[in-house]
Design a protein. Structure first.
Length: 314
């Protein structure tokens, strides 16, 4: 009797673990009101707190417009356009895993605007005000990027320049999307602290945070994402995408990133076959490159944007 129950119990425990792991890593999570401000306050990072407050004040002085587009698989995706009085280009910004555009980009919006970029910040599928049940670590999100690009082209014209920018998972999203041949006038990609693939980042975080081997856990999660979320952790990677891209890419990463290791950006940079720039910010943690060395990162933004807007680089 016990011998018969043992495999059943083991199967039940494995299935239970798989569901919990899927829910923790991929399932949509509703966030409480003002969670961004609370998380920033709890960080104790005074530079971040001050920059976020300044960014919020800047936003309150500017007009914003709610935007909705529909993904190819039927989800309504939400974004916010901050119209520019004289836009040189539109920059579509994609935030990170379990984050938001307010958290990831409020600090940098004034700088982008000053450079003549019209920001369009988006909620990725299964996050914020966009529909969707599961976060897919860039696998399905990369297919939403052309939808946003097409929206900009239809509204502002096919010759209107577009930049794609992402932070953390958002960086991986725009890098994976860079293998597309957009019909619109995409001029370049800015990727800050992206990971190489879902499998590799989940394996890395598992090894860093638990004493158990990652192989079985990631293998099991891949089975559950295939069954319930319609994607595989091994389906695509940034290194595959950038090896095929024609779009210039500005890579940024902090050397003290404890969440997404900086070697992942170096691997993507090495694999990239298009025009490329790498900025490694000494001492910066995850997503903190801009706040750690603002003059250097702003200079990199400016140089990249000015170069890619030159007529000869169309």
């Amino acid at each position: 009797m016990l011998l018969w129950l043992l495999p059943v119990l083991l199967l039940a425990l494995t299935a239970g673990f798989g569901f919990l792991f899927l829910r923790h890593t991929c399932a949509r999570r509703e966030m409480p009101e003002d969670w961004e401000q609370k998380r920033i306050d709890a960080s104790g990072n005074e530079v971040w707190k001050d920059a976020y407050a300044a960014g919020r004040a800047w936003l309150e002085r500017h007009e914003t417009e709610e935007i909705e587009v529909q993904s190819e698989d039927g989800f309504l995706l939400h974004g916010v356009l901050i119209p520019h009085v004289a836009p040189r280009a539109t920059c579509i910004l994609f935030p990170g895993w379990r984050s938001s555009w307010e958290m990831d980009f409020t600090c940098v919006l004034p700088t982008l605007y000053k450079l003549g970029l019209q920001p369009l910040v988006v909620d990725e599928r299964a996050q914020g005000d966009s529909e969707g049940r599961y976060i897919t670590f860039g696998i399905r999100e990369r297919l939403d990027v052309p939808v946003w690009v097409d929206y900009v082209a239809s509204r502002f014209g096919e010759k209107h320049p577009v930049f794609l920018q992402g932070l953390s998972m958002g960086a991986s999203v725009v890098l994976m999307a860079s293998s597309n041949h957009f019909g619109a006038n995409v001029r370049g990609v800015i990727a800050d602290c992206g990971f190489t693939s879902p499998r590799e980042i989940i394996s890395y975080v598992w090894r860093e945070r638990t004493p158990f081997p990652a192989h079985f856990a990631v293998w099991l999660l891949d089975k559950f994402t295939r069954l319930f979320a319609d994607f595989s952790l091994k389906e695509y990677s940034t290194t595959q995408a950038v090896a095929q891209t024609d779009y210039p890419i500005l890579f940024i990463h902090g050397t003290k990133d404890r969440f997404v290791p900086s070697y992942m950006t170096r691997q993507a940079y090495d694999a990239c076959k298009s025009r490329k720039t790498l900025v490694m910010v000494e001492g910066a943690g995850h997503g903190m490159s801009y706040l750690t060395d603002r003059p250097r990162v702003e200079a990199a933004f400016r140089a990249f944007i000015e170069n890619e807007l030159k007529p000869e680089n169309t």
